[in-house]
Design a protein around this ligand. Structure first.
Ligand SMILES: Cc1ncc(COP(=O)(O)O)c(C=O)c1O
Length: 376
């Protein structure tokens, strides 16, 4: 049986979600903005999903904007704030952001904005004191990734958010890898904007959400019919949004048991691989790490070669970030963490999921040992 261990790239859509999507496409296919019964039914599906996504975050449903996914949510957070200003200001982010944030702030930088990228240590963690030092009178947004997609490190979001709140600066977090894997409580967490993606939590691809507190004034990126309270024009993909909602509700129910189960399997994988010479675990460990995420550097083989060999053995893993696959450059995230170029080129990521068993971990560890065995 093939083993899929690339849940950081995407997750299989749950059968219950596929069933709901099919049903919605068959019976609630109206335009949710239409005033007739077809439209009302579609609008009700969307509002149900909004409540389900909000419940997963313990947030108010009116603060959830549906988007086309994590990338759009990240773009909306960055440019939605930036476009409020006629003259360039200052933003703070980190050296380990997903490209959806990094590319957005790079564009602002080219337009004259001042961007501070907070450094990280060897585990990929940000020091909250560095954020305090970086704040300026013209800082308008701080955006820090919650669970890092390549190395699995969780940032001290509560502390960072508190610092921003005390300074009166909006705080965004890209929680695409985190939502559905860690319990989040936005009634308590000092976060003003938060990005989510459906396909990382067993929902369909091409749909996501941005949580935005009502005090934050965003300028929309898409102009048109004024859907999503004017924040994201365009007819909503009703079936995908309904599927996302159900996936969020089911993730919420399983959150605690899956968190414990995946953390145990992940730690088992780290233990099993600990004796492979020159295979270095990367990122933080234990509670500072995403529960489903294990990543390593290996200096003697390119990560892509390892991925191909594992694939031949029927196991799907990834080399660095799946979103940037195609490029054989070392990952900027690993370089920022202090790894050498050759170590970074040998990076692999193994991300577990709902179907992962102890036997899968056993087989994966044995297969990887064989592949990395020195050839005489
Ligand atoms: C941390 C992070 N942010 C954003 C994204 C982009 O999300 P989407 O694929 O929904 O556009 C990803 C996808 O891998 C991610 O891991």
């Amino acid at each position: 049986m093939p083993i899929y261990l690339d849940h950081g790239a995407t997750t299989p859509t749950r059968p219950e979600v596929i069933a709901l999507i099919t049903e919605v496409m068959q019976s609630q296919w109206g335009n949710p903005s239409s005033l007739h019964t077809w439209g009302e039914r579609a609008a009700m599906s969307i509002e149900r999903a909004r409540l389900q996504v909000a419940d997963l975050l313990n947030a108010d449903a009116t603060n959830v904007i549906f988007t086309s996914g994590g990338t759009e949510s990240d773009n909306l957070a960055i440019f939605g704030i930036a476009r409020r200003y006629r003259v360039p200001q200052h933003m703070i982010t980190s050296a380990v952001e997903h490209s959806a944030i990094e590319q957005s702030v790079k564009l602002l930088e080219q337009a004259g904005w001042q961007i501070t990228r907070l450094p990280v240590n060897q585990q990929g963690s940000i020091e909250p004191a560095d954020l305090v030092k970086a704040l300026q009178p013209n800082t308008v947004l701080v955006s820090i990734i919650y669970g890092q997609n390549e190395v699995g490190t969780l940032q001290p979001i509560e502390k960072l958010g508190k610092i921003c709140r005390e300074a009166g600066v909006w705080f965004h977090t890209d929680a695409v890898q985190t939502v559905g894997r860690l319990p989040l409580d936005l009634q308590k967490l000092p976060v003003d904007l938060l990005s989510i993606s459906s396909h990382k939590l067993y929902g369909p691809q091409g749909v996501g959400a941005l949580f935005v507190r009502p005090e934050v004034e965003l300028v929309p990126l898409l102009m048109g019919g004024g859907q999503e309270n004017g924040m994201r024009s365009g007819t909503q993909p009703v079936a995908s949004i309904a599927g996302f909602g159900l996936a969020a509700q089911l993730a919420d129910r399983e959150l605690e048991t899956e968190f414990r189960r995946l953390s145990r399997l992940r730690d088992r994988l780290f233990t099993k691989l600990a004796d492979i010479p020159d295979l270095l675990p990367i990122g933080a460990s234990g509670a500072q790490r995403l529960p489903h995420h294990a990543s390593f550097c290996y200096s003697h083989l390119n990560g892509r070669q390892i991925v191909r060999a594992m694939n031949q053995a029927g196991i799907a893993i990834s080399a660095g970030s799946a979103c940037s696959s195609g490029a054989i450059l070392p990952s900027p995230v690993l370089l920022a963490m202090g790894f050498t170029e050759s170590q970074a080129l040998g990076a692999i990521r193994i991300t577990l999921g709902k179907a992962t068993t102890d036997r899968d971990i056993e087989f994966t560890a044995e297969t990887l040992k064989q592949i990395l065995k020195p050839k005489i």
